[in-house]
Ligand binder design. Structure first.
Ligand SMILES: Nc1nc2c(c(=O)[nH]1)N[C@H]1C(S)=C(S)[C@@H](COP(=O)(O)OP(=O)(O)OC[C@H]3O[C@@H](n4cnc5c(N)ncnc54)[C@H](O)[C@@H]3O)O[C@H]1N2
Ligand code: MOO
Length: 401
């Protein structure tokens, strides 16, 4: 089977994938979710003309010139308005956020007011009409559209929704990602591996990446290299209505690489197997009804790189977000060999140099080496069949953090 170009693999993976159903959640659970419907204000903010400062509510005509003396007839504080009205020569002590009393049309800040011995105040500066008053509806009015459908509910958006009177918000549901690690050689961290065993690792990174992007994750643990075991885990994921199932390992061509066979036997229609990518070549993708299955290679770096490239866009699509990979241009700090026919993702360290970003590719690129993946903050992207590059040449980097 010919190797599928990376772009085409992504296209097939995302084909027909759209936002999940809408659910209503309280504000406390809405952070970073995607708003599923346009939001209108249920109230006007501020609901009354409010003071923006601590000081004195005045009639501007009384303080056209300074000094001007005024009688204090009451107090208006946030949460407790002054219910009377100002007559000529009168003022009301007022605090930030408090309703401006009837008759007043400006606020004299207290720094410009002197309290006289008889309790009256003297304005040291003239005050013009409207000064330090937040008009009712300055922020928004009832019925105004305040947030667009598709808006990611960042902290400011969440606060705006709250201010606009919404206790719950309609958001796109979070995709469920099930992760199945396969391999007789794997034991969970904290367990002593047998002489021929290693500790399962990439499932944790995949789960973390998915969780960070807002997915719910079901870790279905480690299954042995036996078709029935892999099939049982897959069925569990399908029964749980996972939107995405990730299998790790068993993707290659060896006799013990069983995942493809199991997927087909379980009715997963395979769209492709093997992509022109390094690392990650033996990855596969298929679908059964609404569930997408991404069969990633076992090598930890391969699976994590593939997750960055393919899983993240899937989660974004299902969540109603657009996904834009953080691709940038950089200058190579070292020469790179000519590439073969696979699109190469080379672990590298990218830092700021005098002329922009500088990428230092790491010497060792074995796809088992998590130490170099953890040290990398970017991947240098090498096109298939790219010629050799000199140090100083421009390159494209995919930022990982
Ligand atoms: N004859 C060929 N052999 C291989 C080819 C090939 O084209 N022809 N492709 C190689 C490439 S490229 C990759 S990538 C690997 C992928 O193999 P599998 O997906 O079948 O993965 P496994 O054999 O199950 O595991 C590979 C490696 O990764 C370790 N592993 C697996 N799962 C985990 C886990 N959850 N945590 C940590 N480590 C894991 C496993 O022990 C193996 O060392 O195939 C090449 N072979
Ligand atoms: O494609 Mo494999 O992931 O190179 O090692």
């Amino acid at each position: 089977m010919a190797l599928l170009p990376v772009d085409e693999a992504l296209e097939r993976i995302l084909d027909g994938l759209g936002p999940l159903a809408t659910e209503d959640v309280p504000l406390t659970e809405a952070a970073d979710r995607v708003l599923a419907a346009p939001l209108k204000a249920r109230r006007t903010q501020p609901p009354f003309n409010a003071s923006a400062m601590d000081g004195y509510a005045v009639r501007a005509v009384d303080v056209e010139t300074a000094p001007a003396t005024l009688s204090v007839i009451g107090e208006s504080m946030a949460g407790h308005r002054f219910s009377g009205a100002l007559q000529p020569g009168e003022t009301v002590r007022i605090f930030t956020g408090a309703p401006v009393p009837e008759g007043a049309d400006a606020v004299l800040i207290q720094e410009n007011a002197h309290i006289l011995a008889d309790g009256r105040i003297e304005a040291a500066e003239p005050v013009s009409a409207g000064r330090h008053i937040r008009r009712a509806g300055l922020d928004f009015r009832e019925g105004d559209p305040v947030l667009e459908q598709g808006r990611v509910l960042d902290p400011a958006a969440l606060s705006l929704a709250a201010a606009a009177g919404h206790a719950t918000l309609p958001v796109v549901s979070r995709p469920l990602v099930a992760v199945i690690a396969t391999g007789d050689e794997l034991v969970p961290p904290g367990t002593e591996p047998g002489p021929d065993q290693i500790v399962a690792s990439n499932n944790f990174g995949i789960a973390a990446l998915a969780g960070r992007d807002g997915a719910r994750v079901a870790d279905l643990g480690i299954v042995a290299d036996r078709e029935e075991e892999i099939a049982a885990a897959l069925r569990k994921a399908l029964t749980a209505s996972a939107d995405i199932v990730i299998t790790l390992g068993g993707a290659s061509v060896g006799e013990h690489d069983l995942v493809r066979r199991v997927l087909e036997a379980e009715g997963i229609a395979l769209s492709f197997w093997k992509v022109a990518i390094r690392p990650g070549k033996p990855m596969m993708f298929g679908r059964r009804e609404a569930t997408r299955v991404l069969g990633l290679p076992g090598n930890p770096v391969s699976s994590l790189v593939c997750a960055h490239l393919f899983l993240r866009p899937m989660i974004a699509r299902l969540s109603g977000r657009t996904f834009t990979p953080d691709l940038r241009h950089a200058e190579l700090a070292a020469p790179m060999r000519a590439n073969d026919g696979r699109q190469d993702y080379v672990r590298a360290s990218v830092s700021r140099g005098p002329r922009g970003l500088v990428a230092t590719p790491f010497e060792l690129q074995d796809s088992s080496m998590l130490s170099t993946l953890a040290a990398a903050n970017a991947l240098v992207v090498r096109e298939p069949n790219a010629g050799p590059s000199e140090a100083g040449a421009r390159c494209q980097v995919l930022m990982l953090r």
